[in-house]
Design a protein around this ligand. Structure first.
Ligand SMILES: [Zn+2]
Length: 294
């Protein structure tokens, strides 16, 4: 049985009641949020979020909670030609997310593709070798032309090498994938990508399910509401079709009101259901079910 979880990026997240209301009305299984940018959380805020996360989990209102790092914590090469300052920040954020009880920390990968992968892996293990956390480190593909994560061939090697040293995982952003030139227009194309780049797909533990407001190959990060962008429902469905694990799909749409958010979740549900129909038509034994915990 294949089970997909769906969720959204939460924006108004300061009190338990508004989070609970949102989960309840949207019927989501997971969510992601940004915490304060640039600096770490104060002890007071930490305890506040920790209490909220723990209650949501205890009451089985959600299955997974993710924290998205601010851009200042992206993985990058510093001016002195090293990734160590970046890994130190990531270590701090990972420990912080783990203390809150989050399941994963999402970090953008903005490493120049000319920088040697083995050096990144060595520097990572130098900083992370003794960290003891349950929270997954999820490295996300970006749209920066020079970034190693914008080219799947290099990103695949990158994840493979890093995973040998520390269990890094992937957060695959569909709008970013499209923006760097992968059209994702059919299931066959997605199957081909999956077989060509196995480390990326095997280690994907979260999908940022976003439509794109810009054309394929534009190298611009501009998300659209689901089904209303250049990817559309067809391509988003093709992307879903290659994931057979129990992974969450979280949508990060442009700022909008609650009704629009609801529509996005509805579209996400329909994309999942549409994919179920396709698999059933093909006579697959696989079953995709939405699981509700209410
Ligand atoms: Zn994303």
């Amino acid at each position: 049985m294949i089970i997909f979880m769906i969720g959204i990026h939460l924006r108004l997240t300061n009190d338990m009641e508004s989070i609970r209301k949102c989960i309840d009305e949207l019927q989501i299984d997971c969510f992601q949020l940004f915490l304060e940018p640039h600096h770490g959380l104060s002890m007071k805020r930490k305890l506040h979020y920790r209490a909220i996360f723990s209650r949501l989990k205890k009451e089985k209102l959600v299955q997974k909670i993710f924290v998205h790092s601010p851009d200042s914590t992206a993985l990058r090469v510093s001016k002195n030609g090293s990734t160590i300052p970046s890994w130190k920040k990531i270590r701090y954020r990972l420990q912080e997310a783990d203390d809150l009880g989050a399941d994963g920390l999402v970090v953008h990968v903005n490493i120049d593709r000319t920088f040697p992968i083995h050096a990144v892996a060595e520097e990572m293990s130098e900083i992370l070798y003794d960290i003891d956390v349950h929270c997954d480190l999820l490295l996300e593909n970006t749209v920066l032309k020079k970034s190693i994560s914008a080219d799947l061939y290099q990103f695949n090697l990158f994840i493979k090498r890093l995973h040998e040293k520390y269990p890094v995982y992937v957060c695959l952003d569909t709008a970013h994938l499209f923006a760097v030139g992968y059209s994702c227009s059919s299931k066959d194309e997605m199957k081909e990508l999956k077989s060509k780049f196995p480390s990326i797909f095997q280690h994907t533990k979260l999908v940022h399910m976003n439509d794109s407001a810009v054309e394929c190959g534009s190298y611009t990060d501009h998300h659209s509401h689901l089904g209303k962008g250049f990817l559309g429902r067809g391509s988003l469905g093709a992307i879903v079709s290659v994931f057979s694990q129990n992974i969450p799909f979280i949508t990060e749409t442009p700022k909008c009101d609650f009704d629009m958010q609801k529509e996005n979740v509805e579209t996400l549900n329909q994309i999942m259901t549409g994919n179920k129909l396709d698999l059933d038509e093909l006579g697959s034994h696989a079953k995709i079910e939405r699981v509700f915990y209410f």
